[in-house]
Each structure stands twice: as structure tokens, then as C-alpha cells.
Design a protein around this ligand. Sequence first.
Ligand code: ZN
Length: 330
Amino acid sequence: MTAPAIATVTGTVHPEDLGRTLMHEHLLIAYPGAESDTIRPGPSAEERFSICVDRIEEMKDLGFRSMLDPCPADLGRDVELMARVAQKTGFQIICATGLYKEAEGGAAYWKFRNAFSPSVEGMTELFVHELTEGIGSTGIRAGIIKVATGPGRMSDYERMVFEAAARASLATGAPITTHTDQGTVGDVQQRLLTELGVPANRIVIGHSCGTSDGEYHLTIARGGSYLGFDRFGLDMLHPDEERIRSLVRLLRAGAGDRVVVSHDSVWCWRGEPAPRAVLEALTETWNPGHFTLRIAPRLRAEGIAEEAIEALLVDNPRRFFAGEKLPPLS
Ligand SMILES: [Zn+2]
């Protein structure tokens, strides 16, 4: 049986051709409202293009061949930019359908619409369309579904998005990747999605490295989903020191086959959601080379084998997209 082909922004690839892959980086993010800040528009389209090409070239130099940009549909997602950059660099970029958390996404639109017809149906229809037909009139298909929760609890609106995501996943076979805040609610996300019929191994619980709670990590790992340790370099939210400690603990617990790593770095913003100097200072560690250049050596120093590190970047993304079963974890 051959694994299903994965949609990238420039055509399909087979999981075994992904190679070294980062599972959560962003070319461009725009918070809803960025368009209102007309005196701080952010970089021009040409500047955005050249910034993204430079980042990808740096990734290629480190041996990467693929990345997932899980920007949901309501967070400034620009799949034509992704396609131009992928074409120029020969890099494989997978984009997402789906919607962001209530507090920072496009909830106003979907809540308004829900007063007239159930948005869960409208969202499902949208997700399925973007996964099978394409995004807008671009013909570019999403390869994954993105869902999100805020800190501490899942809101009713977010639950609606999760239900639509589960329906779309079951209808198309597409996997799901999530956003969590402060390392909370990932266990709730996993339970809800699996109760709705999504196989646990088709889910990445994103930003799981936002907490040092080892029981939380093991609950998700034993539940058979992937954990995203995908905010390396974002010390502002949770120190790398702690992320490394938690990751090493998971690897020693035998969960090294269900962790994916990344940075959640954002290369371009629309508007200026933080002062430019702050964003520039962040990129020192918050960039796609950080794991390879600074975190992997730390893991080696902890006695983690080279193959175990490479598995996080190659085998696990491949197995996740291929939908291969994960063995039980005690
Ligand atoms: Zn992200």
C-alpha cells in the first residue's frame, strides 16, 4: 500500500520525499485588524518575497527540504506568496486550511454568519473545498487543517471550529495540527478530536512545549498523538532550557517517535503588531536555523543520539503525513 500524496503549494509529494522538515514556521502573519493600521503597513510584497526566499535558502543550507506553514485562513495566510517562494527555491511548502482561536482570529465573521445558518457547516464546506479543490481561485490545495484554542479552556466558538475540522478530516483524510496557549488544553483538544472520530495519530498538538508539565506531555503521548515542540527560540513565552528538559524527558520515556520540532517563527508581518526593534531582537533565536544550530548540540550534550535527533526532523514528519500507526506507549 502506498502512502497518500501530500498537497504542497506547488504540487503533490510523497511522505518519503519530504526529507528534513520543520513542522511549524510562518512566511507571513497578519492579525485581523492589521489592515486598519494604514500608517504601518509592514514590508511591501517584493520585500516579503525576498525576506522569505532568504529564510528558505538558509534552511536549505542546513539540509531542510520541506516545511509546514500552518497559518489558518483568518491570520493573513498568503498561499500565492508561499507558491512564488517555493517555485523560486525548489523548497516544499505545505499550507493549511482551518481557523484560528476566538480571541485573535476571524471569529466576528463566523459568529455573525452563524445567526443565519450553522457556521459549523459553512466551515466544514470551506475546509473540504480548500483541501480538495483549492484556496480561492488559486488552485493551491491545503495539506492539513489548523485549529486553535486560547489559554485554559476551549470556547464554544473554538469547539465549533474543532467539530468542522474533524468532519473535514474524516471526509478527506487530511491530518490536523493545533495551536495551544501556555501548554494548556492540548489534552482536551486530543480527546474531542478523537471522540469525533479523528485517529489520534493524525493530530499534532502544537506548542506542547509551552509547559514543563511532564504528566500533560505523557497524557498526549500515550493518547497516540504527536506533540509539537515547535516554539524553540521563543524564550519570551517559555525558556528553551525548559523545552529541552521536557523534550529529553519525553525521549527517555520512549516517546521520541511522536514529537516534531520547529520554532513558530514569523518572517513577515502585515502591520506592526510589535515595535520593529522588538521583532528584530526576537529573530536572533526565533528563526528556522535555531534548532539545528543551537538546540541539537544541547541535546547531544545530554546524550541524545544523532539518529534520535534526526528522527524528529525526518521520520516523524514523514510518518505523521503518511498516517502510519504509532505503537502503544506505556
Ligand atoms: Zn504558528
